[in-house]
Ligand binder design. Structure first.
Ligand code: PLP
Length: 384
């Protein structure tokens, strides 16, 4: 029985970890208490304080981007990154069908239409070859950009997602974007600590986003960031996410409709402490992934997903992929592991299967559908 075999391998790797074992648990073992207490002692818990600057600097140093702007969550980061990419009401934005709902939601916040694209087995992310062939078929270049010949709408941007922390094929996607004059915004919500060809993800798009939600590789409680190498875009991101308030010591004036998306200082304090631990988290998660890879090597019918050759992944959420002919076993495996206190879950419900996105334009999604049918996430906390 495949289910029994998988369960016994999970047990072997997870050893005597306390049950129930969550998929991804935050870990606070550093300066979190000191920095948060410092905020409380100083009363700087909210929208003013030094930890925000310090957190942004730490993110810049780690990822190598010129500008990181800390915001309230990853979804808000996507909203603003897409707005700054020029997405306007009526525009289409290509997003993977296999993603967390926030990627598509952010498009709709701007009055845009998510256009669903397929993912491949090599990266779990957007399939650049299929995307290029599809765009050749459905688009016509016109003054002002790339237009969908069938809907008449402009296609403005592409949002590759680094699924479960594994980098999408950024260079290939960058070429597709250049060819069709599309802006690339990387949804790196899950990818802090993931590198593509030796450089941190987030350096390929016009901008990128990260999330610091409680289940991500580091957490600020709730939080996110916009990353960019375009200093002017970074300045605009800061301005828009801080109510577009003009700098002045006492005058309150705003030059456009902005957003109150700034990350509070108390959350940034948590983030500073977490960033100090990030290298250790990455090392531990790599070790765990190595154990899973070894444990599942000899199990026929399933494979542990490992990073593509061009990537060094953070292994944020570990992935088992069943063979095609075993996908009927998926639900039994989910049921039995959860019954035994080992949390597992399937991939997200695909975007075109959600009621609000069922009529969105889409390409053939057989890659994403195949992955969704075969994929199981398994416990991935750094402390396992
Ligand atoms: C977590 C996540 C987001 C949203 O981040 P929040 O901080 O939860 O708003 C967006 N995209 C992906 C792929 C995510 O995993």
């Amino acid at each position: 029985m495949l289910a029994a075999q998988i369960l016994s391998r999970l047990q072997t790797v997870l050893g005597d970890a306390k049950k129930p074992i969550p998929l991804h648990e935050p870990c606070f073992a550093g300066n979190e208490w000191d920095y948060v207490k410092d905020c409380l002692d100083s009363t700087y818990v909210s929208s003013v304080g030094a930890y925000v600057d310090r957190f942004e600097k730490a993110l810049q140093d780690f990822t190598g981007v010129k500008r990181a702007v800390a915001v309230v969550n990853g979804t808000a980061a996507l909203h603003i990154a897409l707005k700054l990419a020029g997405v306007e009401a009526g525009d289409e934005v290509l997003v993977p069908a296999l993603t967390f709902v926030a990627t598509a939601n952010a498009v709709v916040y701007l009055g845009g239409v998510p256009h669903l694209a397929d993912s491949d087995d090599l990266t779990l992310g957007l399939d650049p070859v299929k995307l290029q062939a599809y765009l050749e078929e459905i688009t016509a270049p016109r003054e002002g950009g790339c237009y969908n010949r069938f809907t008449g709408r402009r296609i403005r941007a592409v949002v590759p997602v680094h699924t479960f922390g594994h980098p999408a094929d950024l260079e290939a996607l960058q070429e597709v974007c250049a060819r069709f004059r599309l802006v690339m915004v990387e949804d790196g919500a899950e990818a802090l600590g993931s590198f593509y060809r030796g450089r941190h993800t987030g350096n390929w798009g016009q901008s990128a986003i990260i999330s610091f939600n409680g289940n991500k590789i580091i957490t600020t409680g709730g939080g996110g960031a916009i990353l960019t190498n375009d200093e002017e875009l970074g300045r605009q991101a800061k301005h828009l996410t801080t109510t577009a308030r003009q700098q002045h010591r006492w005058v309150y004036s705003h030059d456009q409709v902005g957003y109150n998306y700034r990350l509070p200082n108390i959350n940034a304090a948590l983030g500073c402490a977490q960033m100090e631990k990030l290298p250790e988290f990455l090392e531990k998660k790599r070790r765990l992934a190595g154990k899973y890879a070894a444990a599942f090597q000899s199990v026929a019918g399933v494979r542990f997903f490992t990073e593509p050759a061009f990537a060094r992944s953070n292994y944020w959420l570990n992935v088992l992929l069943l063979n095609d002919k075993n996908c009927a076993e998926r639900d039994r495996i989910l049921e039995e592991s959860n019954n035994q206190g080992i949390m597992t879950r399937p991939a997200w419900t695909l975007m075109h299967q959600l009621p609000m996105f069922k009529d969105c334009p889409r390409m053939d999604l057989s890659g994403a559908e195949g992955l969704e049918a075969r994929l199981i996430n398994i416990p991935s906390s750094p402390n396992l």
